[in-house]
Design a protein around this ligand. Structure first.
Ligand SMILES: Cc1ncc(COP(=O)(O)O)c(C=O)c1O
Length: 466
């Protein structure tokens, strides 16, 4: 039986005509509209029907035959092949995207979203110049496959920085470059969590997303209260996997651990045979002196350190790193390999040069000054607006602070009203596990806000709260 086919082509499309014909005929076959054994019209008549050259039709038919949709029978023509059946439902072509992770930052009002550095100060010219150099340098091959731990030059720079400026103890061998802290947490979870040891001690409060990532990797979370000097030393001696903490600048409360607390935690870790995972995300921005020492240097065999460039440079690079105890290095590298072979290399090479030539420390010094001015302005504005009724917490370090308004409860109605009035604030409560201590406290990120935006935001907050 000869077949007439309902075909047309779109001459304005950027899809080649032969490809359009291939797609149409193959989809008619897959949908069962063209059936096995049916004979196709000749290429000449299809060309006439569609007003295209015969070569276009021949190309399409050749491709259909190569993929098994058609078979030629000598002397009798081209037929739909046997054995093609698939049940295709007409599905909508687009899915409605759910919001996963961060909401968009509002730019029409003052959005006190925390954790965002001011990318306007990112040294683009230097970065572009170094990128050009990296791609022109024949000695590197940034475009090929690499080892899971990442670029040696970057790992060397990080090791040298952490040892000379942050009190860490490590060599480049212990470092695995990751896609931010986020991937580092997943890798650590996969490395340490087992069916028997799935318990993870976590500061309460701690970034909601961190809780989700650990749970998603099979961890059972046990929240531990945060005191004035960091996480309380847990009492339980059940078998667990690791304790996760932000010793130099707790998120979100802003407190930091003194050395007494750090050594007590290490005793707890030794007694329970667990690791401590140190998340050091933004403590480079300490305003009244150099950054706190990291905890890793106290016991490099028991502490897994996670660093990130998301706050000091920009989050979009997705460059973070793990410093692993020696006995976990190979398993850590393997986990990274299983996950994504390795993180993208070109920007790692650029970053290594950026650090080596002193641009990184200069950038930190510049940003520290900018953030300090913003922090002081925010504190002054809060005190002017609210006087004794506000308590400011954890403003010595980082790019956010917490403001406590005793007697207030930042529930969704109040937060909505505040947003309607001109500023968006974030309740600590969103990051808590068990504690109800922080109903009255909000997080105010100021990294991305200039002084006039800060003023506008604090006045808006005042209109609602006063
Ligand atoms: C406590 C904490 N650590 C680390 C990060 C940074 O994550 P990443 O390095 O994946 O951007 C965040 C994100 O804001 C955070 O809140």
């Amino acid at each position: 039986m000869n077949t007439t086919i309902d075909l047309n082509v779109d001459r304005n499309s950027n899809i080649a005509l032969s490809r359009q014909i291939f797609i149409k005929i193959s989809s008619l076959i897959l949908k069962g509209i063209l059936k096995a054994g049916q004979r196709l019209p000749s290429s000449r008549s299809l060309a006439e029907q569609l007003k295209v050259s015969r070569n276009v039709i021949v190309d399409a038919l050749d491709q259909l035959a190569a993929e098994g949709f058609l078979e030629s029978r000598k002397g009798s023509g081209t037929f739909i092949a046997d054995g093609i059946s698939i049940h295709l439902e007409d599905k909508p072509e687009l899915v409605e995207f759910e919001k996963i992770g961060f909401e968009d930052v509002r730019t029409d009002i003052t959005d006190f979203r925390s954790g965002l550095p001011d990318m306007n100060f990112f040294p683009r010219h230097i970065w572009i110049q170094l990128t050009r150099e990296i791609y022109s340098n024949q000695a590197f091959d940034p475009l090929s496959y690499h080892q899971p731990e990442g670029a040696l030059s970057l790992r060397k720079e990080i090791a040298s920085y952490i040892c000379s400026r942050r009190g860490g103890k490590c060599s480049e061998q212990q470092i695995v470059i990751t896609s931010g802290t986020t991937q580092a947490i997943s890798l650590v979870s996969r490395l340490l969590l087992t069916a028997k040891r799935h318990l993870v001690w976590l500061e309460d409060p701690i970034t909601y997303d961190i809780q989700r990532i650990i749970k998603n990797n099979g961890g059972t979370i046990k929240g531990v209260e945060v005191e004035e000097n960091g996480i309380a030393v847990p009492r339980s001696t059940v078998s667990g996997s690791f304790l996760y903490a932000t010793p130099s600048h707790q998120f979100p409360t802003g407190v930091s651990m003194n050395v007494q607390k750090r050594t007590s935690l290490l005793e707890f870790a030794a007694d329970n045979n667990i690791y401590i995972v140190e998340d050091d995300y933004d403590s480079e921005f300490r305003f009244d002196g150099p950054p706190m020492s990291c905890m890793q240097g106290l016991d490099p065999d028991k502490i897994i350190y996670i660093g990130t460039f998301s706050k000091t440079l920009c989050p979009a690079f997705r460059i973070g790193y793990l410093i692993l105890p020696y006995n976990l290095v190979n398993r850590g590298r393997q986990q990274k390999w299983f996950t994504d072979l390795h993180s993208p290399i070109p920007n790692q090479l650029v970053l290594a040069e950026f650090i080596r030539r002193g641009h990184y420390t200069r950038h930190l010094t510049k940003m520290r000054k900018i953030y300090k001015t913003r922090r002081l302005h925010l504190e002054t504005m809060l005190k002017q607006e609210f006087g004794q009724s506000v308590e400011i917490l954890g403003s010595q370090t980082g790019i956010h602070l917490c403001a406590r308004f005793k007697g207030r409860t930042f529930n969704s109605e109040l937060l909505f009203k505040i947003e309607q009035t001109g500023c968006k604030v974030y309740p600590v409560e969103r990051h808590t596990l068990n504690t109800k201590k922080y109903n009255d406290t909000i997080i105010l990120g100021y990294g991305c806000l200039d002084t006039s935006e800060i003023e506008y935001g604090v006045h808006a907050l005042g209109k609602v709260l006063l």
